[in-house]
Design a protein. Structure first.
Length: 489
């Protein structure tokens, strides 16, 4: 009996029993669950502190809010575990902390409103915290619906132009409606019907980001074409400026007819960032900055409400009892909070108008101080950075632009809100994502979060293993076989 043939050169012999199967890739869902549990504990403790400081007792309302908060994010976690198992484990916990903090502060302001009503013998106001829980529940429903229905986010690119048209209509509709159905505090940004109201601009920003991401992928050569060199910068060609000029006209129209500085600035800055990311041309930033300056000068000289807002920004105490009251009270609250804050439930944030919506950052600064406000801003920073990291990791160009645009719009919105509250820039009327009271903002931002989670899942998922197909007969190696012994020679 002949000895078995030695292994061919370069072959690696299999160990006895064969190779062990490769370990399954880690999804990090248990880490997400652990962080969510920490968020639930943090928010529950914050609710207890508010109740103990305001009412000197613990009511059943606190238990209702804590249990509802726990149940909602448990459902959201199960949905991520099922439909986006490889998603970034930090996205949902960060949003849970921000949303929970907003719930705590709204509940705290509800208690202040009840005390004011009792002191003045006014009718007892309804609790906005209960409404916020309901809006959060609807936001989680939207979040889960996007995860379930959007199997592949790249299908959105096929409907880019349709979504762009819908976003444009959503922006224009409030300007066309009578003031009774669209205007609040001077800004025409609502669609208000009996028993129902919505702020369409919150959803328009997402639709327009999808549209611009799809256009920049399909028409990238148009935006990267070489133009004139000025001071070492390569500017785009004049005939290629049509899209950015159209966006500029749209944003100026929103500012003029809807008096909505925040949305116009948010959309223009996001489109400009997407242009730079897609082309890596600083020239587009220069053109955008020039258009922004021209638009600001035009609006300032043509419209009185813009001049009033700028004057209030520069001299808030000059008309303290009228236009400057809101920002002045915000500055007083931030100064009262100082470094460590007055403590949850121990300040007077209800002295600031719209403390639950536009000025909830002032509430954070007063009761949690500079330390607490910095912690909240760091949470937003990590959320944006994880979104940008997803944009870097995902494999397709549309996903990169979409994730970058969604992340950048969050960053711009937080900057504009905090800048307005602290008097760094003029007030814009935008709300703080996931923290401020309001239904439209929560629903839109949960849809935005779901898109980021879906893109993150695609970016972090292991590449599919391709089976090696057998070589064709014509390319198969030949061998001589000894028919007597059945051995290969």
């Amino acid at each position: 009996m002949s000895a078995p043939a030695p292994p061919s050169a370069g072959a690696f012999p299999s160990p006895p029993g064969g190779f062990a199967p490769a370990p399954p890739p880690s999804t990090r869902r248990n880490m997400e669950l652990l962080l969510l549990a920490a968020a639930v504990i943090l928010i529950t403790v914050a609710l207890v502190l508010v109740e103990a400081s305001q009412d000197q007792r613990i009511s059943w309302d606190l238990a209702t809010l804590a249990v509802a908060y726990l149940a909602l994010f448990a459902v959201a976690h199960l949905a991520v575990r099922r439909f986006a198992p490889f998603a970034d484990p930090l996205l949902l916990p960060i949003v849970a902390v921000l949303n929970g903090l907003g719930l705590v502060l709204i509940h705290r302001l509800d208690l202040a409103d009840e005390q004011t009503a009792a002191y003045n013998s006014w009718p007892m106001p309804s609790a906005n915290a209960d409404d916020q829980v309901l809006w959060t529940a609807l936001g989680i429903v939207v979040f889960i619906a996007v995860l379930v229905l959007l199997r592949d986010y790249r299908t959105l690119a096929r409907y880019g132009y349709t979504l762009g048209l819908l976003g444009l209509v959503a922006l224009v509709v409030p300007a066309l409606l009578p003031a009774a159905y669209s205007e609040t505090n001077g800004a025409k940004i609502w669609v208000r019907l009996p028993g129902f109201s919505v702020q369409p601009g919150e959803f328009a920003k997402i639709a327009l980001i999808v549209f611009f991401a799809a256009v920049l992928v399909s028409k990238r050569d148009l935006f990267t074409a070489a133009g004139k060199h000025v001071f070492g910068l390569e500017l785009p060609r004049a005939r290629d400026l049509g899209p950015i000029v159209a966006v500029w006209i749209l944003c100026v129209g929103v500012l003029v007819f809807e008096k909505d500085l925040g949305t116009s600035l948010l959309i223009f800055a996001t489109v400009l960032a997407l242009l730079y990311i897609a082309t890596e041309r600083v020239g587009w930033l220069m053109v955008g900055a020039a258009l922004l300056a021209v638009g600001f000068v035009f609006a300032y000289n043509a419209f009185g409400h813009v001049r009033v807002r700028v004057s209030t920004w520069l001299h808030p105490f000059a008309d303290y009892n009228n236009t400057g009251y809101q920002i002045s009270q915000s500055l007083f609250g931030l100064a009262t909070g100082g470094l460590a804050g007055t403590g949850l439930g121990s300040g007077r944030p209800s002295q600031v108008p719209f403390a639950k919506t536009d000025f909830i950052v002032a509430t954070i600064g007063e009761e949690l101080g500079l330390i607490g406000l910095t912690a909240v801003l760091l949470l937003f920073t990590v959320l944006v950075l994880r979104g940008l990291r997803t944009a870097l990791a995902v494999r397709d160009s549309f996903g990169k632009l979409l994730a970058a645009g969604l992340s950048f719009t969050l960053a711009v919105q937080v900057f504009v809100v905090v800048g307005g509250v602290t008097k760094l820039i003029p007030l814009t009327g935008l709300t703080t994502p996931f923290v401020s009271y309001g239904g439209s903002s929560l629903l839109a931002n949960y849809a935005l979060l779901a898109l980021l989670v879906k893109i993150s899942d695609a970016a972090r998922a292991p590449a599919p293993i391709r089976k090696r197909e057998p070589a064709p007969i014509a390319e198969a190696p030949t061998a001589m076989i000894n028919p007597a012994k059945g051995e290969t020679v």
